[in-house]
Design a protein around this ligand. Structure first.
Ligand SMILES: [Zn+2]
Length: 376
């Protein structure tokens, strides 16, 4: 976390801003843009007779992804005979686990899956199946990240340890000059750390980075403990009954590396790119100059909007602008509302940011890492 004395390292044009941790930031009052956008989206749903949640396509997708998960897992543990079969299945399993993360748990934990809270809860705990914690995710992602996107000291996604510098206000260390090469490897390892260390450390300390959060209690604690026990049983105990420890560790690592790198890249492409803004509160205040809705739009970047395969697999997270503006609308609707959002942004002079392809987003993330790594 950046300290006050580090402000001397901040570029001159950002010195009126401050990265000191302060709770409850205040965004500027909502403006006409927000009201107009909400009205247009409401009209879209009314005119088309759509519901915002409980989309049949989402239930079908859940069935397909869970079936793929259990089929691949069973094949890996019980059927694969050669190392190359296990390698292919592990890679596919990692991709399907990322798909569960992008689609089922993400919509569930945002209350975007269904209008029934228990259905959202059930969808949300699919995160436990891939090694995470729905309670921790709610705080880390839904509260800290979504409320305070790209604001250092508040958005936990900016804090990836000393090895990565994602904003101009984070301290610069000499080895950051190579971060655009080595961070990709670290992204892969992050899911292993998250499954086996971070969640436990957060629950024990009651903290995520600089943010304090309520530890799980009651049913949330039961879900945390049972969820981790179930995951460790699936990942290690059952496979160890049939294979050597080195085989189990090797293919656990491959699967989780694929999961980690895919999850990290997709989330980084939305915010850690050259075009995204990294606002801070005005110095000495807790005030953010933009209204919340403008802040969300200008700190977030879409990519590859015309690729239905990417949209399906990523749970609409290539439409991150729409997701950040309307996180409680099921992602199935993002492509349809995207045009309305873009048009309204243009009318009101709000930056609507988009990369035409996945590759363009990757290049921009690479350049941003290189830029943050080279400046002092
Ligand atoms: Zn989200």
């Amino acid at each position: 976390m950046i300290q006050k004395q580090k402000l001397r390292d901040v570029p001159n044009d950002r010195k009126h801003l401050t990265a000191e941790p302060s709770r409850k930031l205040k965004f500027a009052k909502s403006n006409q843009f927000q009201l107009e956008l909400r009205q247009r989206i409401d009209l879209f749903f009314y005119q088309n007779g759509f519901t915002e949640r409980d989309c049949p396509q989402m239930y079908l997708k859940t069935f397909v992804l869970l079936l793929a998960f259990f089929s691949l897992y069973s094949s890996l543990v019980f059927l694969a005979h050669t190392w190359w079969q296990s390698l292919i299945i592990s890679i596919l399993l990692g991709l399907v686990m990322a798909g569960i993360g992008f689609n089922i748990q993400h919509d569930g934990n945002h209350q975007a899956y269904s209008s029934r809270p228990w259905v959202n809860k059930l969808a949300g705990i699919s995160l436990e199946l891939i090694g995470g914690s729905s309670h921790n995710w709610h705080w880390k992602h839904v509260i800290f990240h979504h409320t305070y996107v790209n604001i250092l000291g508040h958005d936990n996604d900016l804090e990836i340890g000393i090895f990565g510098r994602l904003t101009p206000e984070q301290p610069h260390l000499s080895f950051h000059r190579w971060q655009h090469y080595y961070l990709w490897l670290l992204y892969g390892i992050m899911a292993i750390k998250w499954q086996l260390y971070d969640d436990f450390q957060s629950v024990l300390s009651g903290k995520m980075g600089e943010n304090k959060y309520p530890r799980p209690k009651g049913w949330d604690l039961v879900i945390f403990v049972v969820g981790k026990a179930l995951f460790l049983t699936l990942a290690f105990i059952i496979p160890l009954l049939f294979h050597s420890i080195w085989t189990v560790l090797a293919f656990y690592t491959v699967t989780t590396f694929v999961l980690g790198i895919v999850l990290s890249i997709v989330f980084q492409l939305a915010h850690a790119v050259e075009e995204a803004a990294f606002p801070l509160p005005l110095e000495g205040t807790k005030d953010i100059v933009q209204p919340w809705v403008v802040h969300q739009t200008e700190t977030t970047v879409n990519f590859s909007r015309n690729n239905p395969l990417i949209t399906w697999f990523l749970g609409g997270l290539n439409f991150q602008v729409e997701h950040h503006l309307f996180p409680q609308i099921c992602h199935i609707h993002y492509p349809a509302i995207s045009g309305i959002v873009e048009e309204t942004c243009q009318e009101y002079g709000v930056n609507y940011l988009v990369h035409n392809s996945f590759w363009a987003g990757m290049v921009s993330h690479y350049r941003w890492l290189r830029k943050m790594g080279s400046s002092t």
